[in-house]
Design a protein around this ligand. Structure first.
Ligand code: UDP
Length: 320
């Protein structure tokens, strides 16, 4: 198959590209940032309808994977325009270009943030959608737009609601590198490697056994395999649907730090501070639907493997 990966230079997108290429597919990456030199890359902003039309005139894609979005909750609160512009308006431009080019299949990166404060855990796909920040609202808006595009134009989509994407390529070729970094596991590992003096723990007074937040960490390679199954499902005529992607296992911030101490064998300095705004105490996925409908089976549910792969990456690139 021939696939377009929008945002294929990013953390999850780059793992997806590797997965698709190793399955023997043809891949073109559209991104504002360059990828590895051996990957076919089109420098493109999806807000640019003409550039999209040119791209779709040059290539016939069987499906599009859309990873390109802003992802920082805090920034979405202070600068919502940026989030609605990129995550919603630019995505709409992409979808309209797909309709013009008669591309009928899309796998879309959504998020557990569409649910807002959980009313129950584990969270299944029927859980009410009540996002509590512009980031989550932007993703939920696109999910609803996609339902309308299916009804009106027959554009079939799978929306994958990630819980906490984590880890790195098990072969060590790819990993996580955000600027600025805000995610827990890379920050802990930077404290372990000495790139950072300490990691800050946001809140010790949550209603959880050790008082720190519980999250469902899902390995980035398992996210990639879920996307590959999702596109096969669509190409075989599957109906548009949303799926949670998580392991169904919750680990506290303290447990992640303990796992990182065990994996790295290094002391990791911790600074305790107050809660970060908008963090629910516990987020854990019910991912039965993805397992049943897509046949998804995560390979890396253990925290040690997830943290271990991320640690390989952190150690491999001390220059970053
Ligand atoms: N967290 C923390 N210190 C940090 C970054 C994150 O204690 O420096 C906590 C955060 O409060 C949350 C968990 O780690 O409970 C995961 O946060 P992350 O930002 O990695 O992902 P999110 O849950 O926001 O998608």
């Amino acid at each position: 198959m021939k696939y377009l990966v929008v945002g294929g230079a990013g953390y999850i997108g780059s793992h997806m590209v590797k997965h698709l290429l190793s399955d023997g597919h043809e891949v073109v990456v559209a991104d504002t940032v360059a990828t590895a030199p051996d990957i076919e890359w089109v420098e493109l902003d999806i807000a640019d309808a003409r550039a999209l039309d040119r791209l779709f005139a040059d290539y016939h894609f069987d499906a599009v994977f859309h990873f390109a979005s802003h992802i920082q909750v805090g920034e979405s609160v202070s600068d919502p325009g940026k989030y609605y512009q990129n995550n919603v308006a630019a995505t709409l431009t992409l979808l309209e270009a797909m309709v013009r080019a008669d591309i009928k299949h899309l796998v879309f990166s959504s998020t557990a943030a569409v649910y807002g404060d959980p009313q129950y855990v584990p969270i299944d796909e029927q859980h009410p959608k009540a996002p509590i920040n512009p980031y989550g609202r932007s993703k939920w808006m696109v999910e609803q737009i996609l339902e309308d595009f299916d009804r009106a134009y027959g554009l079939k989509s799978v929306r994958l609601r990630y819980f906490n994407a984590a880890g790195a390529d098990p072969e060590g070729l790819l990993g996580e590198c955000h600027e600025p970094e805000t995610h827990l596991i890379p920050l802990i590992l930077q404290a372990a490697s000495g790139r950072r003096a300490a990691v800050t723990v946001f809140g010790h007074d949550y209603d959880t056994p050790d008082g720190t937040c519980i999250r469902d960490y899902v390995h980035v390679a398992d996210l990639a395999s879920a996307h590959a199954l999702a596109v096969e499902y669509l190409l075989q005529g599957g109906a548009s649907a949303s799926f949670n992607l998580g392991n169904g296992l919750g680990f506290s911030v303290q447990e992640v730090i303990d796992a990182a101490r065990a994996v790295t064998g290094r002391p990791i300095q911790v600074i305790e501070t107050s809660r970060r705004e908008g963090d629910p105490a516990t987020l854990v996925a019910d991912a039965q639907r993805a397992k049943k409908v897509l046949g998804w089976q995560p390979r890396f549910a253990g925290l040690e493997e997830i943290v271990g792969h991320a640690w390989n990456w952190e150690r491999k690139y001390p220059w970053r």
